[in-house]
Design a protein. Structure first.
Length: 277
């Protein structure tokens, strides 16, 4: 299912290419999706790895008209430049956000808004602004069959890291709930296999984040105050310690959410957090 460089057909309209960038944060690799056959849209061109770019161009067969990016993290967008240069395709997305991990080369010719629609001959694609993982994140709903291209909003097999300041836990949970307003039939994630139970998946992710928030509250109230190093051991005691540096990013996002609600306070710059109740 995850043979790098080989298009895998998901349905009559959609093929998937997996970039050769497997890893702890990317799973089997970044998923690039090709929509349509006569006029092709590329969703998330992925990293600027020459063999992946060659695979996209070969699969596109000279028919690529649109390059669409869910967001501008370095594993999702940088190949836009080479694909656009080779095809003259329109580049669609939102400008890079401020979270220290951005593809600063990204220069869209069309800027996205919530509910922007691409009406192509073979499909209709609707943009849904889903900030949280990062502020410039969009999902795309293929209205013809309810497939959601989720980027890093939803991944199959792992949860998404929320990286402040561009990442926002409150916005992330709200963006997940937003998806339940749409007729989802499947989720095509940025990493991993197609998800066939979209409503259950989204509801489960919301509950997972709220359960983690309850652990943050329990840990901080038990300690009274503490820094991220102390808190991560309590809040993420179910996560391999090797991943705690990444977990501290999402922990910080949870704490910022609680602070915005008046339930916690940060002693900057030491980043010691105090529970306010």
């Amino acid at each position: 299912m995850f043979e790098h460089g080989v298009p895998f057909r998901l349905n009559d309209r959609v093929r998937r290419l997996v970039a050769p960038n497997p890893g702890m944060m990317t799973g089997p690799g970044t998923n690039t999706y090709l929509l349509g056959t006569e006029q092709v849209a590329v969703v998330d061109p992925g990293p600027a790895i020459p063999e992946h770019i060659e695979a996209i161009l070969a699969a596109g067969e000279g028919r690529i008209r649109w390059i669409i990016c869910t967001h501008t993290h370095p594993d999702h967008s940088p190949a836009w430049q080479a694909v656009a240069a080779a095809t003259g395709a329109e580049v669609i997305g939102a400008l890079p956000a401020d979270d220290r991990f951005q593809d600063d080369t990204f220069a869209p010719t069309t800027l996205l808004d919530h509910n922007w629609v691409l009406q192509a001959p073979e499909f209709t694609l609707r943009a849904l602004h889903t900030p949280g993982h990062v502020s410039n994140h969009y999902c795309f709903l293929l209205e013809d069959d309810g497939m959601l291209f989720a980027g890093d909003h939803i991944m199959n097999g792992s949860t998404v890291v929320i990286v402040p300041p561009g990442g926002d836990m409150k916005a992330y949970i709200e963006s997940l709930r937003l998806l339940l307003d749409y007729p989802l039939q499947s989720i095509a994630p940025g990493h991993g296999e197609l998800i066939h139970t979209p409503v259950q998946e989204v509801a489960g992710l919301v509950e997972h984040r709220l359960a983690r928030e309850r652990k943050v509250i329990a840990g901080l109230s038990a300690l009274g105050e503490g820094d991220l190093d102390a808190l991560v051991k309590v809040v993420y005691d179910d996560v391999d310690a090797a991943r705690h540096e990444w977990a501290k990013l999402s922990l910080s996002a949870h704490l910022i959410k609680l602070a915005s609600e008046g339930r916690a306070r940060s002693d900057a710059p030491a980043e010691r957090w105090t529970w306010l109740g």
